[in-house]
Design a protein around this ligand. Structure first.
Ligand code: HEC
Length: 112
């Protein structure tokens, strides 16, 4: 039983460390999806200009396919990171919002 104290110490470390690193905002996993993360951002910050009959830059960001296309093959990631020429033009999104786009792309653009 001499090692029991060490066992308790390590178990306490694991429990403490685990509770510090888990994110209460995210119940399941950390992969953002279009339906639960990306669409909220494009609806709130992009489609006022990038949708409708004459979208700015002829870029319609009002669907999964279009947002994916612009992220995968277009300028979207560059422009949401571009301090000198930001999208939205009023100023860059928060770091957390930008990171959602980066993680969404890195994980293969899951829709839901
Ligand atoms: C207030 C209107 C407005 C909003 C809001 C806006 N944009 Fe734009 N966007 C424009 C205009 C105008 C252009 C064309 C001029 C330019 O490139 O700066 C443009 C250009 C772009 C381009 C470049 C397209 C190309 O062909 O190179 C991308 C990508 C883009 N926007 C993405 C976004 C994203 C993503 C958001 C939301 C996070 C957003 N925009 C929000 C007006 C807007």
């Amino acid at each position: 039983m001499r090692n029991f104290g060490i066992f308790i110490f390590i178990a306490t470390l694991i429990v403490t460390y685990g509770s510090c690193t888990s994110d209460p905002m995210d119940g399941s996993d950390n992969v953002p999806t279009y339906d639960s993360d990306i669409r909220n951002i494009t609806y709130n910050y992009c489609i006022t200009c990038h949708s409708g009959l004459a979208p700015s830059a002829n870029l319609d960001l009002n669907s999964y396919q279009n947002v994916r296309q612009s992220t995968e093959n277009g300028n979207l990631l560059n422009r949401i990171n571009d301090n000198n020429n930001p999208m939205p033009p009023s100023g860059l999104l928060t770091d957390e919002q930008i990171q959602l786009f980066e993680d969404w792309a890195a994980n293969g653009y899951p829709e839901n």
